[in-house]
Design a protein around this ligand. Sequence first.
Ligand code: HEM
Length: 441
Amino acid sequence: MLHLGAELHVLLHGLLRTYGDFVRWRGFHDVYLVNHPDFIRPILTRDYRHFSKRTIDYRVLAQIMGNGLVTNDGPHWIQQRKLIQPMFGNHRVNGFDGTINTLTSSLMDEWETRAGGETLRIDREMSRLTFRIVGATLFGSDLKRHGDEIAEILEVANLSPLEIRALMTLCSWVPTPYNLKWRRAVRRLDEIVYGLIQARRRRGVGHEDILDHLIHALDESGYEGMDVKQMRDEVVTLMLAGHETSANALAWTLYLLSAHPDVEARLTESLDATLNGAPATADDLPRVPYLKQVVQESMRLYPPVWSYVRRAERQEEFNGCLLPAGAHVIIVPYSLHRHPEFWPDPERFDPGRFDPNAGEGRHPFSYLPFAAGPRTCIGAGMAMLETQLVLAQILQRFKVRMVPEHRIETTGKVTLKPRYGILATLSRRPAVRLRKPSAPG
Ligand code: HEM
């Protein structure tokens, strides 16, 4: 039954289950929900140029991200993507395993002192960690001084782009209390980020982080698509896109594991047997395939980016259904990942679905946590590495248990978050001796 007061992702899922895979929703704009993999495929791949990001959601996001990769479009986006893509190649990304392990290990050391029954907000802990990770890969050690402050500022921005408060930022000159807070936050963010860029340019490159690569493009390559403002936008975009998403994937996975002790037991057995208490390296991961399956299944049920929107720049037709030019199209992974034609018993948590032999014949566009096609998530490899390495350490050292009476519900902001947070307690896992990670190279 449809419930109009429901969270937007629940409402859209209800509409799709009730009315089928192509639903027109008349409102402020004509909005079309598209939920069949065959319809989604051309939107994200062959015809992606005809589905732009000229929508209100991306305009709201651009208030803080500026014209970075997520919100940019057209030929300038192509240039920027080409420039930034090499920083996310497999080899480079895998080289971040030492950094990820060191930062995780230091959080785990903090947790040791809290493992006597203290209650923790797991979602916040994961957000703190993934922010440190994205900060270190972007800025090396430069971010240490400002890390917590930037994380707080970015938290202000994690609203649903369709919330009134968020929409009002499009008229940021109107002095609503939220707009005032927003303007202050963005001003301070700019101050810090421009400061970091300037300081690094003065000192010169040679740190092998993402900032170096961008500065090189700005100062030396003769490439004209990027000025300092564009660089600020790319950096803020990567910080925003790269931390809440992974944090939610981790928090929801820990929640699911705690609710499914059989899956947790199988996973920890496999980690213990393969890693023997040591943190995993990128090279170890293929030897613990069940870990990846668990993360994939968790992102099926709780896709961190639960929807994405496009504007049809010309009229299109899907199997006899007409999509007029100018219409907004919403792809809802939250609903697609529960499509009963592709996911039998969709609400059941079953990492076995991602066993390499089990997925044979499944439609490749029925699972899209990172989108697909030219605009697929640039950080997908980094996110998969990071979530697996972090979980490998947590699960070898601690048992994470939810506080039983605490309510767990989803809320659809830019990311799919736990509405009341995830409260948990920790206990040390006995007899596992964790070797310290070696220092990042
Ligand atoms: C579990 C973690 C993550 C998930 C589920 C995720 C998901 C997504 C999705 C669905 C998109 C497409 C959005 C759209 O079309 O509007 C996207 C784009 C993007 N993501 Fe991620 N992401 C994750 C982690 C990361 C990380 C770690 C980074 C970088 C450090 C990152 C950077 C980006 C960027 C820059 C884009 C825009 C790409 C473009 O259009 O060229 N993401 N992500």
